[in-house]
Design a protein around this ligand. Structure first.
Ligand code: CU
Length: 152
């Protein structure tokens, strides 16, 4: 903000015309409030979109020998992006990638020190050992596309 008067002063000295560089157009209070309100709503929506919980998550199905299995479709995001599994049982995650974007070519489970390459139009599985209850995030190579595994 302190830069603007300085710039104006510089411009005023170089151009000798008295015409101001900009004019403040006074807007009605209602309009100001509306614009501010829309901004706040958009910020709230963005926070919800990136950080909020979207539904209760999808529970893994029980396979043979207590192996829990869940298939996650990778298409612009993880579907489901929130999965729920039971603690203390082996788990097999199957990532089916149909999104050609290089962004999702890898999925990383930082808590397990696992990085998985996901070839396009293929299903890649990752077996995780039985784990303790907790919330374990996973994300793409750039940490832009995210999912969460809830172990309960
Ligand atoms: Cu990415």
């Amino acid at each position: 903000m302190s830069l603007l008067p300085a710039l104006a002063a510089t411009a005023a000295t170089s151009a000798s015309t008295a015409e101001p560089l900009w004019r403040t157009i006074d807007q009605p209070m209602v309009l100001k409030a509306l614009v501010a309100g829309v901004g706040v709503v958009l910020i709230a929506w963005e926070l919800w979109w990136f950080l909020g919980r979207h539904g209760g998550g999808v529970v893994a199905r029980e396979g043979e020998h207590g192996l829990q299995e869940i298939t996650i479709t990778v298409d612009g995001g993880y579907a489901p992006s929130r999965i729920r599994v039971k603690a203390g049982r082996p788990l097999r995650l199957a990532f089916h990638r149909i999104d050609p974007s290089g962004c999702v070519a890898q999925v990383i489970f930082p808590d397990f020190h696992k990085t998985l390459d996901l070839p396009l139009d293929a299903t890649t599985t990752l077996e995780l050992p039985p784990t303790e209850a907790g919330v374990y995030p996973f994300h793409c190579g750039m940490n832009m596309v995210r999912g969460v595994m809830e172990v309960e």
